[in-house]
Design a protein around this ligand. Sequence first.
Ligand code: 4NP
Length: 163
Amino acid sequence: MTDTGKPLRVLALCLGNICRSPVAEALLRRELEAAGVAAVVSSAGTGDWHVGRPADPRSREVAARHGLSLDGRARQLSAADFYEQDVILAMDTSNLADARRLSPPNAEARVQLMRDFDPLAPGADVPDPYYGGQDGFEEMYRLLERSARHFAVSVTGQSVGNS
Ligand code: 4NP
């Protein structure tokens, strides 16, 4: 919940919206719900190559192994997201730089790195597992789970909103 009493709107952002951010979305949703935070969680990519496609099978596999179903379709970040989201969590510094470059005037969303919330490596990237093997996807899951959990903790400990 935000200061205004509305659900917190969180968007996970990566490059293709098929590997990292769909898993981040599912984990943020789970962890925020577990923390009792009313939230609307979504994800997007900075690129448009995979728009309309389901998540990468390797992401769906690792998510399923941990009890999460990835049902969304890839979409590209839009200017409206900067007004419609409270927080945009970028998976790596390249996604962060792209988001800041695309950010329209008077944007309301706070844009930061997903791993700003990783106590073991604050500010690190979530490495892109696209060109690697399944073990990279498992490692990605672990980083994202830890970061999502601590993001939820940070939200309960401090108000996050538009003000
Ligand atoms: P994601 O991974 O940004 O975590 O979804 C990628 C997916 C596709 C590509 C790059 C990264 N690609 O070059 O098509």
